[in-house]
Design a protein around this ligand. Structure first.
Ligand code: BG6
Length: 276
């Protein structure tokens, strides 16, 4: 808590070299230490006072990916979530957060009642993030969602994303759709903003010569790769001009086709990051 008694972060510690920090604003994970090292990028210019979404860590995109009727990436990352509880268990430490309709979400633009439970399970070398969504409204609604994961690297030149060869992707920078990936090890050498569609559920991300992270996912069809690179970075007020060299986003989500959820129905997904 800060001096005024306001909670500014929750910390889960599993062992001496694994811990996670969660900011109540957006239930944004702002730090994941595994194997004794920080694995997530958080901008030095990130705004942490709740006045805007947090630039870095793992903001949650729901119920809208990108621009649209709602503000960019939806309201989940820009709303304070409620801590439901936490627990030490044999497979790690777990915390559960809740987002349900409230004055900041139940606007006329998305007038639906819902219950979204976010579970964070931290274990020795992995972080498992799960969503359980229930439509508690009388009407169906559709949504897109994504774990907007910012990884940290000491040098972007060493980063490779594997297992997307032959996958079809839309490129938001080139403004082209349905391209086929030809590389078995994607690199970031310029501004990248792509949605890979219907991807495999296990991807390897190489961070440096001797570090890699495995992303596994369930019920999330797509992977978004993003790095603003120099020029776009300059136009971002909460991102340092040089920080594009030390970060990249590899984001598991369901964004290319909205999911429709009927009244009373449930939907679940998860993403797990495992240090290799
Ligand atoms: C990515 C999108 O997921 O998020 C990009 O594909 C977007 O188009 C980026 O620029 C960052 O978005 P924001 O709203 O956090 O600046």
């Amino acid at each position: 808590k800060d001096n005024s008694g306001k909670i500014f972060k929750y910390v889960l510690i599993d062992s001496s070299d694994s811990a996670v920090e969660i900011h109540p604003h957006g239930a944004t994970i702002t730090s994941w230490v595994a194997g004794g090292k920080q694995r997530l990028f958080l901008s030095k210019k990130a705004i942490l006072d709740g006045s805007k979404p947090i630039r870095g860590g793992i903001p949650l995109v729901f119920p809208q990916f990108g621009p649209g009727k709602l503000k960019q990436h939806g309201f989940a990352r820009d709303t304070v979530w409620e801590l439901l509880g936490y627990k030490d268990q044999s497979d790690g430490v777990k915390a559960k957060f809740l987002l349900s309709e409230n004055s900041s979400t139940l606007g006329s633009l998305w007038p639906y009642k819902f219950r979204l439970v976010y579970t964070i399970l931290l274990s020795q070398s992995s972080l498992k993030l799960s969503f359980e969504l229930k439509n508690t409204d009388q009407n169906p609604f559709s949504f897109t969602t994504l774990f907007h994961t910012y990884f940290v690297t000491s040098d972007i030149e060493n980063v490779r994303v594997n297992n997307l060869e032959q996958t079809i992707y839309d490129d938001k920078i080139e403004k082209s759709v349905d391209n086929k990936e030809t590389s078995d090890a994607i690199r970031f050498t310029k501004s990248v903003d792509r949605v890979y569609k219907n991807t495999v559920d296990e991807l390897k991300v190489t961070i440096s010569n001797d570090e890699s992270i495995l992303i596994t996912k369930k019920n999330l069809n797509d992977i978004v790769l993003w790095n603003p690179w120099a020029e776009i970075a300059k136009g971002m007020s909460d991102f340092g001009d040089e920080e594009y060299k030390t970060m990249f986003c590899a984001e598991a989500g369901s964004v290319s086709t909205p999911i429709e959820l009927q009244p009373g129905n449930d939907w679940e997904c998860h993403m797990q990051l495992t240090l290799q």
